[in-house]
Design a protein around this ligand. Structure first.
Ligand code: ADP
Length: 487
């Protein structure tokens, strides 16, 4: 799963602050440790001066007196004062504070050499397992002769305590800062990404059926403005392309329909010729059937373009039983080997566009016949109840797999079933049927079982019983009237 930009920004900003805090803490504690250690070294130098004054400048008579002086210095021991260790010029311990183990303070040969060379050598030592001390050693020289080595040590507890306090402070302040930074970063990224989300929300509302809408984001940050302008320009081009395509389909369908209708008329006239050779008659009938199929296809294309153009319905009362009868007469000879029969025929009228409703039933019945093998049967029935009319088309055909049913109303979707005979469809019949049913406030319900058959039920709102019905095909009917009557 990939993180959203908002979360990424939030985490990046919080992470950057955390990293900055860690770096500041490391630099600060290093500087503090260096300063405090240097101060401690100064203290140790002062301690050494006291020891040197008492032991070497004033002088002591014997070892007991020497130990006595050393003990006086080390009253507080490591916990609150300092301890002393005196060595001779060879590095051997001469006297040491009683509270320490001289072995733990041993100087390496290299250190002794540096001390004897006049250098003040400081180092950190871990003693008694867990205590850290700072030790400083210098040599005492008079007239070029080394009298001895003085080593003093103090605990570094104070430095550790200060650094601990600094760490605690950073943890507390840093914790709060990180939480605050997280909240601020989240709010900031939300705030700065909101214009993009607004643009995306409007873009998502714009569908292919409504390409006239524009984002028109004004007063947005320049990047968002650019995105919106680019999107609008793309919509403009798409809209133009869609319109051109629609107009092209409309023109082509119109241009094709007229000669096709004339062609079928001529074939039908030829079929009326008496004493026609049976073979020629069969050929002419096949030609007439194919021409009718082409006319239905161009009519569907025409309606497809009209649906996309947001065609307004010509609403009038329509006697659906009469329409069903017309469809029956047109379709019964479509495929002689599949029987089309009329089932229940209630009298129902609905309000709508007669041509479109006829095309709707034609498409469903044609499918029933197309997808039913020879010897099968298609039944066209019409029922009415209180509020609705139901046109039911049942076939004993190949059926539709359940997982395909949700898609059959999509444009150009075709279910290919192995072994079934080709139907020569374009995959738009059901899309048109669905559009017509919805445009009339109805729906198409499908029940199907593979190998047994399908039942398509067109449910439409019915006119109240007893409502007056005008003659179906009225003079002066709109253009859709002219484009239809596909037989
Ligand atoms: P087509 O031009 O392919 O018939 P349609 O939109 O009319 O396009 O139908 C879409 C698909 O639905 C068809 O390809 C077909 O597979 C399936 N279909 C439609 N009606 C039936 C039916 N009565 N029996 C079996 N399959 C059907």
């Amino acid at each position: 799963m990939s993180l959203s930009i908002r979360w990424r920004l939030t985490l990046w900003i919080t992470g950057a602050l955390l990293a900055a805090l860690v770096v500041i803490f490391l630099v600060l504690s290093f500087a503090l440790r260096t300063t405090l250690t240097s101060d401690l070294d100064d203290d140790l130098t002062a301690d050494i001066d006291q020891v040197v004054t008492l032991v070497f400048i004033r002088g002591v008579e014997n070892e007991a007196a020497l130990q006595d002086v050393v003990d006086r210095f080390s009253v507080g021991g490591l916990s609150s004062g300092f301890v002393v260790l005196l060595r001779d010029a060879d590095g051997n311990v001469v006297a040491a504070s009683q509270s320490i183990d001289p072995e733990e303070f041993a100087l390496s040969d290299g250190e002794i050499e540096r001390v004897l060379d006049g250098e003040a050598v400081s180092r950190n030592l871990d003693i008694r397992g867990d205590e850290q001390v700072r030790v400083r050693a210098v040599s005492v020289t008079v007239g070029g002769e080394v009298l001895g080595i003085v080593e003093v040590a103090e605990s570094t507890d104070a430095i550790s305590a200060t650094l601990d306090r600094l760490r605690t402070l950073f943890l507390a302040v840093g914790g709060v800062a990180v939480v605050v930074a997280f909240a601020v970063a989240y709010w900031l990224s939300r705030w700065s990404l909101r214009p993009i989300e607004e643009v995306a929300a409007v873009a998502a509302q714009i569908e292919a059926s409504d390409l006239t809408r524009r984002l028109e984001a004004r007063g947005q940050p320049s990047e968002v403005q650019r995105l919106s302008d680019t999107f609008d320009a793309m919509l403009e081009r798409l809209d133009r392309a869609f319109q051109q395509q629609r107009n092209f389909v409309l023109d082509v369908a119109h241009e094709l329909r007229t000669p096709l209708t004339a062609l079928r008329g001529n074939i039908d006239v030829l079929l009326m010729t008496e004493g026609l050779d049976p073979e020629k008659r069969a050929q002419l009938e096949r030609m007439s059937g194919e021409t009718s199929r082409l006319i239905r296809l161009t009519t569907n294309l025409l309606y497809l373009a009209l649906a996309e153009a947001g065609h307004e319905l010509d609403r009038r009362p329509v006697e659906l039983d009469v329409v069903c009868l017309e469809v029956y007469h047109i379709m019964r000879d479509l495929q002689p080997e599949v029987k089309l029969r009329l089932g229940n025929e209630d009298q129902v009228s609905v309000t709508g566009d007669r041509d479109l409703l006829k095309q709707l039933i034609l498409n469903i019945v044609e499918n029933g016949i197309k997808y039913t093998p020879a010897g099968g049967q298609v039944t066209l029935s019409l029922f009415r109840d209180e509020v609705s009319a139901r046109v039911v088309v049942e076939d004993t055909g190949r059926g539709i797999p359940a997982d395909q049913i949700p898609f059959i109303f999509e444009r150009f979707h075709r279910v290919t079933v192995a072994g079934s005979r080709g139907s020569g469809g374009a995959g738009i019949g059901l899309a048109i049927a669905d559009w017509i049913a919805r445009a009339h406030g109805g729906e198409i319900v499908v029940q199907s079982e593979v190998g047994k058959g399908s039942a398509f039920t067109i449910v439409l709102p019915a006119e109240p019983l007893g409502a007056s019905v005008h003659p179906a095909a009225e003079p002066g009917a709109p253009e859709a009237e002219n484009v239809s009557s596909p037989q």
